[in-house]
Design a protein around this ligand. Structure first.
Ligand code: F6R
Length: 369
């Protein structure tokens, strides 16, 4: 049942190309336009949406944070990401022009379900991005966009995360298309780039021996930090979460720009820090800014574990280790950069002799508030 792998988590990490591919399948027509027939909300209603709130927990919320950058960029509709357990108690600003998108692998997370019910009571349109057919959250929502990751057995989420980002991107591009030509220009090109991603993940999965080695050498590490900017920021948060869950190591993710506002005080000689580096062509000179951040922490003795695209040589002088990922469009990069972080956590936990499929104190679906 583990298909030749030692653990479900390892198997599910290797199913990620398929998860992305299957989530894209059947969502474009012959001319490459998006067609979400399964969405039971009228185009008129969707065109009227002037605000989007994403509600989710844990890894699913990080997928939502990634999606926020992309959906706002493509649609110019403001997107807020709210942890589902906070949403209900913060007197949320929601009306019938608000689209509330819930993201949940299991479809049974009580916090997320209650947020969706609350949103409906307030008159919002609700769409569930969900991986489990027939589960509760899709039933309680106006519409559902399924992620086709297949069953996820390991407690720590991996392939569902990639599928959630993919589905949210499809939704964002669809909303852009509904808004008309000036917004939709990018949609076809982005879909074409997305369709290339599964092959890039497969390449990457074949090339992670060094990450595994680094992880095994770090079995005694007590704390690891993760930095990223823009879409790399939620990837840093997800990398830290995977390490906490699986290896029981203190880990924290930061927006790299926050460093000098406090966290840089944590840097002491030998402190391992992962840095997710945006591609060299990322707008607003983001790449250079992250390279400066690496330089700053290296100067203070950090051990820099740098995740950078193939051919990005600017990082080399400041990196103790460079972990390469294939090149892709800036907004699609999380679908690749998170993979070495998943493998790192898996391998380190394995080196510590821990049960990676069933970490202590955790359950696959959290059905209590
Ligand atoms: C992390 C993890 C949890 C879930 C969270 C939401 O590896 O598994 O953080 O992502 O509990 O679960 P779902 O997506 O089922 O609502």
């Amino acid at each position: 049942e583990k298909g030749g792998y030692d653990t479900f988590m390892e198997k599910e990490i290797h199913e990620q190309p398929q998860a992305v591919n299957d989530t894209l399948l059947g969502r474009t027509n012959e001319v490459g336009a998006l067609e979400l027939d399964e969405l039971r909300i009228s185009e008129e209603q969707l065109r009227a949406v002037d605000r989007i709130t994403i509600v989710a927990c844990g890894t699913a919320a990080y997928a939502g944070m990634v999606a926020k950058y992309a959906i706002e960029h493509w649609t110019r509709i403001p997107v807020e990401v709210s942890l589902a357990h906070e949403f209900r108690y913060c007197d949320p600003i929601v009306d019938d022009r608000t689209l509330v998108v819930s993201i949940s692998q299991s479809g049974e997370t009580m916090d997320t379900l209650m947020a969706v019910k609350h949103a409906r009571e307030l008159g919002a349109l609700t769409i569930s991005v969900c991986n489990t057919h027939g589960s509760t959250i899709p039933r309680e929502s106006d519409a559902v966009l399924y992620t086709h990751a297949g069953p996820e057995v390991a407690v720590a989420s991996t392939k569902a995360f990639l599928a959630q980002i993919t589905a949210c991107y499809v939704l964002g591009l669809y909303l852009a298309q509904l808004k008309g030509q000036s917004y939709a220009q990018d949609a076809k090109a982005v879909m074409a780039q997305l369709q290339q991603v599964p092959d890039r993940i497969t390449e990457l999965l074949g090339d992670l021996d060094r990450v595994r080695e680094i992880a095994r050498f770090m079995a005694d590490t007590r704390s690891v930090l993760f930095l990223g900017r823009h879409v790399g920021f939620p990837v840093a948060l997800e990398g830290a979460l995977k390490l906490k869950e699986l290896a029981y190591i203190h880990a924290e993710g930061f927006a790299a720009g926050e460093l000098k506002h406090g966290p840089i005080a944590l840097i002491e000689p030998g402190q391992p820090v992962f840095i997710v580096v945006p591609g060299p062509d990322t707008p607003h000179g983001l790449h250079g800014k992250v390279v400066s951040n690496i330089q700053e922490i290296r100067a203070r003795g950090a051990r820099t574990l740098v995740i950078a695209e193939d051919g990005d040589d600017a990082v080399v002088p400041f990196a103790d280790e460079v972990i390469r990922v294939p090149r892709t469009a800036p907004l699609l990069q999380p679908l690749l950069t998170v993979v070495p972080l998943q493998v790192f956590a898996l391998e380190l936990a394995t080196a510590k002799g821990l049960d990676v499929d069933q970490p202590r104190n955790l359950a696959k679906s959290v059905t209590v508030e």
